[in-house]
Design a protein around this ligand. Structure first.
Ligand code: AMP
Length: 366
């Protein structure tokens, strides 16, 4: 089997690496000459709306997938007329627009923070009155890692937020005083069979994922079941194939959907070593029509992102529990350049070691 991947960043790279042992060969399409997936598999260089480059990808692919959600839907639809594309283009469409996404959740009976579409200043004022403060103003499209957002506590904040973001299609959301952020990854195969990873607890800094712990501590069975049931609704409604990630706010007993990503996800990196079959391998299996592997956790894992620079390998590997992933990217402030996953055999061992791991790897973004 040959898989074409739109996007050649670290997610494409880890997909390609997971595909090799299965006898599956990947090719990535990415405009950047230095796309890091290109170090481990063939790389077609071109923009995502360059139809010659897309045609080149079709020539070497039995199936096409994507590793980030901001690829043009028209390109994906064009590809889908020529070769199977998973996840389905509709999933991409829904997740590219925060209003479409939150409306989709609501239509599926999945709770979300209160939200309203904002185009003009008068919509903004009306939405602020309806939703109240604090609230979060976000761009509807192409926002990621906390970019294009402003938290509003006071009318002066509202003016500042409008100055920063006004003029683009926006969404206003109620600010959720969450206890913690969770995510759930589920995978559905071409035959409709699905498996679900356990809920993961995520910590963000400046809007960028910084640490994940899996399975999430103290996540009651009921919470896991509820999240899995919500994810199952999304998978079924979209006739989904591949890995789907849904990010949640937990506020007491409430689980509110923040957003979904129709792709492998940073909060699932722990699963490479921390689950029976990791998200990258299961995504490859799904899109290739192969049987899925078990998604339950093996032990307890903590994953720390390396932002800006990767510490020296010897320092990371000096921790006997550490698994290092260096994406082969050039160091740059704020850039995800690698991660480390550390695995413990029991919840007690995790509780004992997490402070030490955090001291070693909980570095401020660089
Ligand atoms: P997003 O790009 O929507 O994932 O937002 C990035 C981060 O901002 C989230 O991971 C949260 O930490 C925070 N955030 C986003 N939306 C809200 C909200 N409605 N209430 C509270 N915090 C939020």
């Amino acid at each position: 089997m040959r898989v074409g991947i739109l996007g050649g960043g670290q997610l494409g790279r880890m997909l390609a690496l997971a595909a090799y042992p299965l006898g599956v060969r990947c090719t990535v399409l990415d405009p950047a000459a230095e796309a890091c997936a290109g170090q481990v598999c063939p790389h077609v260089r071109g923009d995502f709306d360059d139809f010659q480059a897309l045609y080149q990808l079709v020539q070497v692919s039995d199936v096409v997938t994507y590793e980030f959600e901001n690829v043009p839907v028209e390109s994906v639809r064009w590809l889908a007329e020529r070769v199977p594309v998973y996840p389905p283009p509709r999933a991409l469409e829904v997740s590219q627009d925060r209003i479409a996404e939150k409306s989709f959740f609501r239509d599926q009976g999945i709770p979300t923070p209160a939200f309203a579409a904002v185009d003009e200043r008068h919509d903004f004022d009306a939405a602020l009155r309806a939703i109240g403060m604090p609230a979060v103003l976000k761009t509807r499209r192409f926002g990621y890692d906390g970019k294009g957002q402003a938290v509003i506590h006071t009318p002066a904040d509202a003016d500042r937020a409008w100055e920063k973001l006004g003029g683009r299609p926006l969404i206003l959301e109620a600010f959720v005083p969450f206890d913690r952020e969770l995510s759930l990854l589920a995978v559905r195969g071409r035959d409709g069979h699905a498996v679900t990873y356990p809920l993961v607890e995520n910590e963000h800094r400046d809007g960028i994922l910084h640490r994940s712990v899996a399975p999430a501590g103290d996540a009651a069975e009921e919470l896991n079941e509820r999240a899995a049931e919500y994810a199952a609704r999304v998978l079924a409604e979209l006739d989904y194939v591949g890995v789907l990630a849904i990010e949640w706010f937990q506020d007491g007993p409430r689980l509110l959907a923040n957003e979904m990503a129709p792709r492998v996800h940073n909060s699932g990196h722990w699963s490479i070593e921390g689950a029976h079959v990791g998200q990258f391998e299961n995504h490859v299996r799904a899109v290739c029509g192969l049987p899925l592997g078990r998604a339950d956790a093996v032990g307890w894992s903590a994953m720390f992102n390396f932002i800006g620079t990767v510490p020296p390998a010897a320092d990371v590997l000096g921790h006997p529990d550490a698994h290092l992933h260096d994406y082969g990217k050039t160091a740059r402030p704020g850039r995800k350049v690698g991660h480390v996953t550390l695995r413990a055999g029991s919840a007690e061992e995790l509780a004992e070691k997490l402070p030490e791991w955090s001291r070693a790897f909980d570095r401020p973004p660089q």
